[in-house]
Ligand binder design. Structure first.
Ligand code: AMP
Ligand code: MG
Length: 345
């Protein structure tokens, strides 16, 4: 299924710009097109058309039982997709849209079966990126759009990452530069009385609690006694080329472990904060910003995960971060990306 992937870089983000019209026409013809959002690049297809949506799963190699998020141009399009809009969902849309918050609502069946993976619910969000919104307006229908990476790889935060993973497999890429938030949206289930966070993301629990009386966190995100679950055994999510280990302890513990594994002959790549890197005498390092600026770390994380090549390192060690605010999403992704945790206690 090798095809010529077009690269558009529109100078202006308006719905009648020729590049955006061409991309919209490809989508109307059931093709798939990657576009930037404020979180990561998405791989879009007409959410109401099963054949178009199937091309997303084919291009990504995504398992069919993992539902896709539907992106809308405005709140009005939500009404076309759901049986009803609960009061709490209305409040959240008014407060946080456009923005990195996906709401799970009862589907009325307008979204294709494969978008919802057969579930009775559908995840919907209105992105904040002007290019995404211009495309959604031009195409005049909701777009199903998971992250535009091959399944299992880190999500793309630049058009280059999309090219690395999907060149020759999709109709085109709209290049809007680097994305802002850098991690995917928060997924919030609004089908029960108390909303439940299914995936932490750009809109933090703390922010949600400012407008909601109560928010729960899905138990699968937490292990027993609030301890995070151990990471997956296989490279199924956000996986870099070399195995990623999380080093859960203070800076001295990190340095001890690094020295130990280096002395055993391993080439170790390090992903860490500026503060930790300042203490290390080591060459294979990638900074993801200051510990004090967790938003910056979120923005740089996926790029860092793509940087180390298997030919250059045997292992990647990553620092752990404070889990307040966006730190919850950062640690959620790092745990999924990792195959092992070295704990200091
Ligand atoms: P991605 O599109 O790669 O950002 O992933 C979409 C995320 O949203 C996955 O974690 C899905 O499991 C989740 N999701 C999408 N739709 C639903 C739904 N109807 N119910 C629960 N989770 C959903
Ligand atoms: Mg994804």
């Amino acid at each position: 299924m090798e095809k010529q992937t077009k690269l558009w870089k529109p100078a202006e983000y308006t719905q009648d710009h020729p590049d955006i019209v061409e991309a919209a026409n490809a989508l109307k013809a059931k093709d798939v097109v990657a576009f930037p959002t404020e979180t990561v690049y998405g791989l879009g297809a007409d959410a109401t058309n099963e054949e178009a949506v199937q091309r997303i799963f084919d291009a990504k190699g995504r398992p069919a039982d993992n539902p896709l998020i539907v992106h809308v141009a405005d709140q009005q399009q939500v009404g076309q997709l759901v049986t009803h809009i609960p009061e709490v969902a209305q409040l959240l849309m008014d407060t946080f849209w456009p923005g990195p918050l996906t709401l799970i609502l009862e589907s009325n069946g307008t979204a294709a079966q494969n978008v919802t993976a057969g579930l009775s619910t559908v995840g919907i969000r209105m992105p904040e990126h002007p290019l995404a919104l211009a495309l959604l307006k031009a195409v005049e229908r909701p777009l199903a759009a998971p992250s535009a990476n091959r399944s299992g790889r880190p999500s793309p935060t630049a058009a280059d990452h999309v090219i690395q993973d999907l060149d020759g497999r999709i109709a085109g890429i709209l290049d809007g530069g680097a994305t802002g938030v850098g991690l995917e949206s928060t997924v919030l289930d609004c089908t029960s009385d108390v909303p439940v966070i299914l995936r932490p993301g750009g809109i933090t629990k703390e922010k949600l609690e400012q407008v909601l009386p109560e928010v729960r966190v899905d138990p699968s995100l937490l292990g027993e006694a609030g301890k995070p679950k151990s990471p997956g055994m296989k490279y199924t999510h956000y996986a870099p080329e070399a195995p990623l280990w999380l080093i859960d302890g203070n800076d001295d513990f990190f340095m001890e472990q690094l020295n130990r594994y280096k002395s055993e002959g391993n080439r170790v790549g390090v992903i860490a904060s500026d503060e930790l890197l300042a203490k290390l005498d080591h060459e294979q390092v990638i900074s993801c910003g200051s510990r004090k600026k967790v938003d910056e770390i979120a923005g740089k994380l996926y790029h860092a995960l793509r940087e180390f090549k298997r030919s250059e390192v045997d292992l990647i060690f990553a620092e752990t971060f404070d889990e307040s605010g966006v730190g919850a999403a950062v640690m959620n992704r790092l745990r999924k990306a990792s195959v092992k945790v070295l704990e200091s206690h």
